[in-house]
Structures are given as structure tokens and as C-alpha cells.
Design a protein around this ligand. Structure first.
Ligand SMILES: *[C@@H]1O[C@H](CO)[C@@H](O)[C@H](O)[C@H]1NC(C)=O
Ligand SMILES: *[C@@H]1O[C@H](CO)[C@@H](O)[C@H](O)[C@H]1NC(C)=O
Ligand SMILES: *[C@@H]1O[C@H](CO)[C@@H](O)[C@H](O)[C@H]1NC(C)=O
Ligand SMILES: *[C@@H]1O[C@H](CO)[C@@H](O)[C@H](O)[C@H]1NC(C)=O
Ligand SMILES: [Zn+2]
Length: 615
């Protein structure tokens, strides 16, 4: 959804420098790597573009926009396949799987304007409007096929997203782009479900204010990014595209009005449709319904998928890799280049030693099935009431969140969170549990195939795990102990340590304070995974290393790693702490001498300054 917002920002942001190209001799590489590469781009100048230059064209029109997004896409496809198959009589599933089936079935049914108005009527009659009500209301009114995230974004961003949508199948009968007349308002008020809850004249004043603002366009340059009127927009829309200033005013007026007023106003606008029952029904695609089910019924979905696509058996492979990365990081801690006191050193080593890797977000101890069943025992869904289900589930989450706000209290339930990490498949570090979590969906065949070459596993999963491990020792969380408790004494000593402070200044100076932590985690993730794979001096696991030292192997390591970040979004993740994918790959490689050696980069293209190092 939010990619459209980026489009808007592209016009406000300065352009990127164009890379210079230069052909390079290349070794034999596997097809799955070469098909995404653009060999005309010099790897020493822009490695991201060299590795990912053809990714976008190879995956055009596929329904995802990045290699990581492809993991989510595949997962939703598999889930949809499972849910499309009718249950056979001998299949015995827990009740919570039935909830997933009901949600999915209702989502896949045809939706009508009449149903949408019924659910809106229910919402606008409530004495107060919760965030959940607003989410369902806006999803319903604007026919958004994936859940709007109102917790995670500003209302302004949300309106930008809704305005920038362009889907071509808007039914003309539902379009009404001019202001509401007083006569229409009086007529609609007769049957308005919230009429007795509002002061009619004050409501009318607000309606006219909103509509005046929305219809203004100004005489400045039309905002080209808008292209035309939005899709599924029942509010007024100006005769010509607004200029930037008027567009901002449009956003402002939509943002300052309370949610309750907006939903009631939107209901009135929908009531302007002459004959709602005659409007075309609309459907939501299978992948989007699977995505919604995953967002709203995350743990039951994970359980169901694990039954059909077992990935937990990869645990030993991941634990082995994680152990090796920990071992490497332990060597660095013991080398103690920052000259920490013995107390701090012991604190950090104990933390490393106890740091856990967990696959899967489901509870690990006890009976998983009854734990999930208990959580959902009072929830009833209806296989033909899509909007009602959405509202019920959001309310259920809201109530559950209030009962036990933190995951620790939920006996080992781990959060499922796409919005904060960009993908469901992203691993994350939980500082208060000193635990690294890998969602099983990361182990998709595109990224990980059972028994694949170690080099492929180390270069991507090794990097990702090394990155997350480093978060336990970054500026924010290093002061937490092996059990996740804050240790002020250690934090104080680290704050005073000269080398630690220099590293912090060094990285903040180069990348800005917002990106410091992530840039260090990337640098360390690369160093740990690379040395775990190639560094034979310190063999800590018995692994078959034959042939791993050749330049071809080393190049493949970097290419495979970079391709984890391929995407077709020029400015992907511009807001995130990781920076754009391109910067992310290029910054990490630039600061890593073995990379330049592997590609024989000339001295002129090697960094002048030494990389910043925290450990
Ligand atoms: C949805 O409506 C279309 C026609 O608009 C119809 O062909 C299709 O069978 C309907 N699907 C369901 C599940 O009712
Ligand atoms: C009208 O809008 C103002 C904010 O501009 C708000 O404070 C007031 O509550 C609104 N009145 C109604 C009836 O919605
Ligand atoms: C399920 O929803 C449909 C459509 O909203 C409604 O007609 C039906 O009564 C509901 N069933 C139950 C058991 O609530
Ligand atoms: C190690 O790998 C090489 C090639 O990848 C293979 O030929 C050899 O048999 C392997 N050795 C063992 C002990 O698995
Ligand atoms: Zn990170």
C-alpha cells in the first residue's frame, strides 16, 4: 500500500546519481543468480545494481515488488491453496482453523455496496469510534483489499495512500465528484442512522467546510503524481488536479476532523448512490484474503501452515549456523579491542552465551493446540459476513492487547508483525528476552532449500542472523543482561568507554544517527557470516569446506547476499532505519575489504577511510 506514498515523495526528493557502467569478466555462476544480475554495471561502483539490475524485469507483474516480498507472496499463495480446498469428512481440525476458513470464505465472497453500508451504519451508531471501527469503516468505504494499518501510520499518510490508488474498475453509478446540496442533505438526514446522535446544523456546517476544501484546486502546477481522481472515492474531487499547496489543504481537512464525523460523513456520501442494490459487487483476490487472514488470525495460520509445510525440522541447521556466528562474535569479545573491564567483558560474554534462537512464533512449551484454542475460544466468525468478521477480530486483538500487553506474559507467544519489519518473514531480536526469532516463513524455497550448499545458507541466513545478533550488542540494547534486564552499571561504563564512544561518533558521522545502529549491524552481520564460512583458521564446526576459497566462491557469496535485498522499488524503505536496499548493500560492501579483493576493485574505488567498528 505505502509504495504510492513513496511515489509522491520521489517528486519532492532529489534524484539519485546515475551509476557508471563498465563490463567485468565473470566466473561461472548459478542461473538463479545470473538471471537477476546486470553485468554491465561495475560491481565496484554499484554492487546493488550489479547484483539486482535485472531483478525487476525478471519479476515484473508478479504481485510482489522485492525478493523479501516474494517470500510473503509465496506464503499467501500456499495458504490460499490450502483454504480453497474443501475439508474432507475425515479431516479433523482444531476449531481455530475453522475460524481461518470462515474468515477466508467470507473474504472471498462477493461484496456489495449494500453490505458495506450496513456495516457502516452499525459503526456510526456507536457512541464513540475506536481505531478498530475507523479501520473497518475506511477499509469498507474505500474497498481496500488489504487491512489499513492505523496503529502504525499517521492519518495523513493514510489519506495519501487512499488518494493515490488507481484501479480502473470504478462503477460510474457510484461516482459522485461534486458537493452535496442542502436539499440532498435534508433528504438523506431523514434516514440517517446517526441522526438523533448529531446536531444537524452543526453537522451540515462541517460537511460544507470539508467539501469546500476538497473541491479547491488552485492555479499552480497540477500535482502530476496524482495522475487523476483516485479509485473508489465517494468524496468530492476537484475539476482539475490540485497543486501541491491545495493538496496539502485537502489532506489537512481530512486529518483534523474526528474519526466519528468522517465515518458519518462518508456514510452520507455513500447514500448519494441512486440505487445501491444495482451496483456491481466486487471481489477480493485469494492472496489478499490469505494475507488478511494471516494478519488477523496469525497464530492459527502459522499452525495450519506448519502442518502442511513443516519447516521446524530445519531447526538444527539454523541452530548450527547461529552457534557458529555466536562463536565468531565471542572471539571478538574475547579479543576485547575496546578494553572493557573484566566485569563488562564477562557480562557481554554471558549475554552472548545465553542468547537464544527460536524458530516459529508459536508457543514452544506445552500443548500448542490448546494454547491457541484457548485464546480464540470465545470468538465466533460468520462465513458470510466479511466486514463483521473484520470488526470482531480487530476488537478481539484490541481486548487481548489490553489484557496482556507484553509477549512474555503470554507464555511464549511471540508477536507476528509485518508493519514494523516490512515483511512477515523478517527475523527480529527481542531485547527483553535476549532472543532472536526467525519466522518459519523465512525458510521459503526461494531463499532456503533443504540440503542446499552451505555457501548459499551462510551468505543470506548467516548475514541476517549475524545482523540480528548484533542488535543485542548495539547502542540501544547492550546494557541489557543475559536475562534481558537493564543493567545501569554496565550501561554507564560503556557510555564512558573511549573506543565505544569513538565508534558511535564515527558511524553517526557517516550515516546519520538514525541509521547508525543498523549500519553497524549490517557491517557486523557481513563480517560474522563471511568469516564463519571462509575463515578456516578457526574451525569450530565440522563442515565440508572443499572448494570454498576460490574467487568465484567469494563472489558468489556477495552476490547471493545482495540478491536477498533485490527490489523494484527505487526508493524502497526510504523511511526505515535500514535505509534503502541499495544503500544498505552498497554501504556494507564498501566497508568490507574482502569484498574489494574478491572483485579486484581498483584502489581508486576502495574507501579512503577505515570502516567504523564497534567490536
Ligand atoms: C461473484 O459475482 C460474479 C459476477 O459479478 C459471479 O460470476 C460469481 O460467481 C460470484 N461469486 C460468488 C462467490 O458468488
Ligand atoms: C465539526 O468540526 C469541528 C472541527 O473542525 C469539531 O470540533 C466538531 O466536533 C465537529 N462537529 C460535528 C458535529 O462533527
Ligand atoms: C452471518 O452473516 C449473514 C450476513 O451478514 C447473516 O445474514 C447471518 O444471519 C449471519 N449468521 C449468523 C449465525 O449470525
Ligand atoms: C565435500 O564436498 C565436495 C564437493 O562439494 C564433495 O565432492 C565431497 O564428497 C564432500 N565431502 C564430504 C566428506 O562430504
Ligand atoms: Zn536491524
Amino acid at each position: 500500500m505505502s509504495f504510492d506514498l513513496r511515489l509522491l515523495l520521489i517528486i519532492l526528493l532529489p534524484g539519485w546519481a546515475r551509476p557508471q557502467s563498465q563490463p567485468q569478466p565473470q566466473p561461472q555462476l548459478p542461473d538463479h543468480v545470473t538471471r537477476h544480475m546486470n553485468r554491465n554495471v561495475d560491481p565496484c561502483r554499484d554492487f546493488y545494481k550489479h547484483a539486482c539490475g535485472k531483478w525487476a524485469s525478471a519479476h515484473a507483474g508478479m504481485g510482489y515488488r522485492s525478493a523479501v516480498g516474494q517470500l510473503d507472496f509465496n506464503y499467501h499463495e500456499q495458504l490460499a491453496d490450502l483454504l480453497e480446498q474443501p475439508l474432507t469428512a475425515d479431516q479433523d481440525e482444531p476449531r481455530f482453523v475453522g475460524l481461518v476458513r470462515d474468515y477466508y470464505a467470507a473474504c472471498r465472497a462477493n461484496h456489495t455496496v449494500v453490505q458495506a453500508m450496513e456495516v457502516l451504519a452499525r459503526i456510526i451508531r456507536k457512541p464513540s469510534t475506536s481505531l478498530e471501527d475507523l479501520t473497518v469503516g475506511l477499509n469498507t468505504a474505500f474497498r481496500v483489499n488489504i487491512l489499513l494499518d492505523l496503529h502504525g501510520s499517521e492519518m495523513t499518510e493514510l489519506w495519501v495512500t487512499l488518494i493515490l490508488r488507481h484501479i480502473e474498475d470504478w462503477d460510474e453509478r457510484e461516482t459522485r465528484r461534486d458537493a452535496m446540496t442542502r436539499g440532498e442533505f435534508d433528504r438523506l438526514w431523514e434516514h440517517f442512522p446517526a441522526a438523533e446522535l448529531e446536531d444537524k446544523e452543526s453537522f451540515w456546517r462541517n460537511v460544507t467546510t470539508v467539501e469546500e476544501f476538497l473541491l479547491e484546486h488552485g492555479e499552480g502546477e497540477e500535482l502530476a503524481v496524482l495522475k487523476g481522481p483516485p479509485a473508489f472515492w465517494m468524496l468530492p474531487w476537484p475539476a482539475r488536479l490540485p497543486d501541491l499547496w491545495h493538496f496539502k489543504r485537502m489532506l489537512m481537512v481530512l486529518t483534523i476532523h474526528p474519526a466519528q464525523f468522517l465515518l458519518r460523513y462518508i456514510y452520507l456520501r455513500l447514500s448519494l448512490i441512486p440505487d445501491p442494490a444495482s451496483c456491481q459487487p466486487w471481489a477480493i483476490e485469494s492472496n489478499d484474503c490469505a494475507l488478511q487472514a494471516r494478519e488477523l488470525l496469525g497464530h492459527p495460520v502459522v499452525w495450519l501452515m506448519e502442518q502442511h509445510h513443516p519447516r521446524l525440522r530445519e531447526d538444527p541447521v539454523l541452530q548450527g549456523l547461529f552457534g557458529e556466528l555466536k562463536h565468531r562474535f565471542g572471539q571478538k569479545l574475547r579479543a576485547n579491542r575496546n578494553q572493557f573491564s573484566a566485569r563488562v567483558q564477562a557480562f557481554l560474554l554471558a549475554k552472548l552465551d545465553r542468547m537464544l534462537l527460536r524458530l516459529s512464533v508459536l508457543p514452544q512449551r506445552g500443548d500448542k493446540v490448546s494454547a491457541i484454542a484457548e485464546h480464540y475460544q470465545h470468538l465466533r466468525l460468520n462465513a458470510s459476513d466479511y466486514f463483521g468478521n473484520m470488526l470482531q477480530l480487530l476488537d478481539h486483538h484490541e481486548a487481548a492487547g489490553k489484557r496482556s500487553p507484553s509477549f512474555e506474559e503470554r507464555k511464549g507467544w511471540l508477536p507476528i508483525d509485518r508493519q514494523n519489519y516490512g515483511s512477515f518473514a523478517s527475523p527480529f531480536f527481542l531485547p527483553r528476552a535476549n532472543m532472536l526469532v526467525v519466522p518459519l516463513s523465512l525458510l521459503d524455497s526461494r531463499l532456503y532449500e533443504r540440503g542446499q550448499a552451505d555457501l548459499l545458507t551462510y551468505s543470506t541466513l548467516g548475514f541476517i542472523l549475524g545482523h540480528e545478533l548484533t542488535h543485542g550488542f548495539g547502542f540501544h540494547e547492550v546494557g541489557r543482561s543475559q536475562r534481558g534486564h537493564l543493567h545501569p552499571g554496565v550501561a554507564r561504563e560503556l557510555g564512558r568507554n573511549q573506543a565505544f564512544r569513538r565508534a558511535k561518533d564515527c558511524v553517526a558521522d557517516r550515516f546519520g544517527p538514525k541509521h547508525s545502529e543498523e549500519k553497524l549491524a549490517d557491517a557486523m552481520g557481513l563480517e560474522l557470516s563471511y568469516s564463519a564460512y571462509f575463515d578456516e583458521a578457526e574451525t569450530d564446526r565440522s563442515r565440508n569446506r572443499s572448494g570454498t576459497g576460490t574467487p568465484e566462491q567469494r563472489q558468489l557469496f556477495f552476490l547471493n547476499l545482495a540478491q536477498f535485498f533485490c527490489s523494484s522499488e527505487r526508493h524502497s524503505d526510504w523511511r526505515s532505519y535500514h535505509g534503502s536496499d541499495r544503500r544498505r548493500v552498497n554501504d556494507a560492501m564498501k566497508a568490507f575489504p574482502p569484498f574489494q579483493e574478491a572483485f579486484g576493485c581498483p584502489a581508486a574505488l576502495r574507501p579512503k577511510r577505515k570502516p567504523c567498528r564497534l567490536y
